[in-house]
Design a binder for this molecule. Sequence first.
Ligand code: HEC
Ligand code: HEC
Length: 203
Amino acid sequence: MKRIATKLAILALVSCVARPLLASETIPLKNCTWCHGPSVQGYSNAPRLAGQQELYLEAQLTNFRTHLRDNPYSRDFMWSAVAHLDEDMVRAFASYFASLPPEAADDGNRNLIATGRNIFEFGIPEANVAACIVCHGPNGEGVRTIPRVGGLSYFYLKRRLDEWVAGYSSAAVPMPQVARSLSGQDIEALASYLSFVGYSAGQ
Ligand code: HEC
Ligand code: HEC
C-alpha cells in the first residue's frame, strides 16, 4: 500500500508533463480496460470513461462501493470491480480517465436528432421536464459531479434513463425525477441526439 501511495505522489508531481504514460504504467488499468475498452472509450455494456468529469467519476466509484448505484449492470459488474479500490486509487483513476479525449459513439437514430436536441435545449414545459442543458451544459459536457452525457452510447444512455424510471439508483438526485417525466419516445430521442454530440463541436 505504501508503495502505491509513493507512486501516486510521484504521479501527482509529474502529471502535467507526462500524465498518460505514467498513469498507464502506475494504475492497474487492465482491471478496467478489458470491459471499458483499451482507450476506455466504452465497449459493449460498459460506458465510455474517457473525458468524463473527474468529480463525477469519483462519486460513481464511491456509489458502486457503497451500493447506492444498484441497477443490475452495476451490481453484476462494478460492485466487485471496485470493491478493493482505496480512496487514493479512486482519485488516480478518476483524474486519469478525465484527462483522456472522449470520442462520440455516433450510434443513435439520426432521424431523432432534432427532436432530442429540442428536449435537451428547451425541456418539455407541459410535462414539467427541465432543459437538460441547464445542468449538463451546451455540449452535454457536464461539470464537477454532473456527468458529460454528450457522445455516450445510445444504448447506455437509454438504459440509464430507463433504469431510473424503473426505480433503480434512486439516490441519484435529480435524475430519477427527471427521467420519470420523460416518455419512452423522449428517451429514445435524447439518447440518439446525445450519442452524436462531439467533444467540442456539439451537433
Ligand atoms: C466486468 C466488466 C467491468 C469491469 C472489469 C469494470 N467495469 Fe466499470 N462498468 C461496467 C459496466 C457494465 C458499467 C455500466 C453500469 C451501468 O449500466 O450502470 C460500468 C460503469 C462504470 C462507471 C460509471 C460511468 C458512468 O458514466 O456513470 C465507472 C466510473 C466505471 N465503470 C469505472 C471502472 C473502473 C475504474 C474499473 C477498473 C477498476 C472498471 N470500471 C472495471 C463494466 C466493468
Ligand atoms: C438539475 C440538474 C440536472 C438536470 C436538469 C438534468 N440532469 Fe442529468 N444528471 C444530473 C446529475 C447531478 C447527474 C448525476 C447523478 C448521479 O449521481 O448518478 C446526472 C446524470 C445523468 C445521466 C447519467 C450519465 C452517466 O454517465 O451515467 C444521464 C444520461 C442524464 N443525466 C441525462 C439527462 C437528460 C437527458 C436530462 C434532460 C431531460 C437531464 N439529465 C437533466 C443533473 C441534471
